[in-house]
Design a protein around this ligand. Sequence first.
Ligand SMILES: *Cc1c(COP(=O)(O)O)cnc(C)c1O
Length: 394
Amino acid sequence: MIPSVLPTYNRAPLTFVKGEGSWLIEESGRRYLDLGAGIAVNALGHAHPALVSALTEQANAVWHLSNLYNIPQQQALADKLVEVTFADTVFFTNSGTESCELAVKMARKYWYEAGSPEKVEIIGFEGAFHGRSSAGIAAAGAEKMTKGFGPLLPGFVHIPWADLEAVKAAITDQTAAVIVEPLQGEGGIRPLPHGFLKELRALCDEAGILLILDEVQCGVGRTGRLFAHEWEGVTPDIMMVAKGIGGGFPLGAVLATESAASGMTAGTHGSTYGGNPLACSVGCAVMDIVSEPAFLDDVNRKAGLLRQKLEGLVAEHPEIFEEVRGAGLMLGLKCKVANGQVVTAGYDAAVILVPAADNVVRLLPPLTITDDEISEALTRLETAAASLMQTELV
Ligand SMILES: *Cc1c(COP(=O)(O)O)cnc(C)c1O
């Protein structure tokens, strides 16, 4: 008999009933150190006082209004994002894949209004993840997401990861945009090589096509800059955001330049819940904290500490781990044993890791993780690795 919850997820047998900072507490009372943060969502950890008060204050004022009316919290969050990023304008969604939907619509509408309605094709990369909507799975293209869900939304081309020559070869008169994650998350914490984004930006400018960055996972301070593309000194035309920006409350956004967004006039797009007062109040509180240079400096310092310790772990357990990769507090351990085994050994040692493609386990701790918690994380990862060594030996 089918379970009452549609069985689309492989769940671990863990039931957490409370979160405190970097910790999740199970029904049994056991405390787990959370290096997953709800897949890079709980950017400020669990129950951060500033977020709890932003949410409860707004909950006592008004929950939902509709975009038929002004929403001051939405206006404030948009102003803040425009102030601290490349963007001139922002649309709010409730998730990453909704941000993908709009990014695709916006790019196509741009060309339609520019008098080139034939420009509809979007070039994406192998290993990408853009969410589970029809546009999201078509943009990513991997068979494990698309199989059985045809006919797929047309107009997407897929090329090998980080291959600039392949981008060049794929650009045609029908190309509207390129979409890429500066640092792939689901794909296995695969960073673009340094310098790639700059060359890609130049290529897009030369060909006169739009650059869409998917910073749903790597944005909002995760890599130690507010957005990952800032490391490369380039800006996109359109950027997808979600996950961390809501700190655990569902919130996403599409940020764009005035030019890229020029086709999106009144009535061309909308959302019932997008930009609601609750989500935007929390989003403002997240952005106020994460956009502070001192906060990001501390993320970078802690990222250095964690990375150094992980390099040590890999060196000590070459039978289990191959390498550390990623940036900031978005790190991956490429495994030699099955990554699922490492995640399970982590649960046994009360430390939470998240699997990714390419046999990687992800470490995406709250950006607020403390130095002591980083040390504790390593102690627990050591325990997990040691137990895996035992299993390997028998
Ligand atoms: C999680 C993710 C998405 C999809 O976000 P949802 O909120 O699950 O729809 C899109 N792109 C990237 C890079 C992601 O990590």
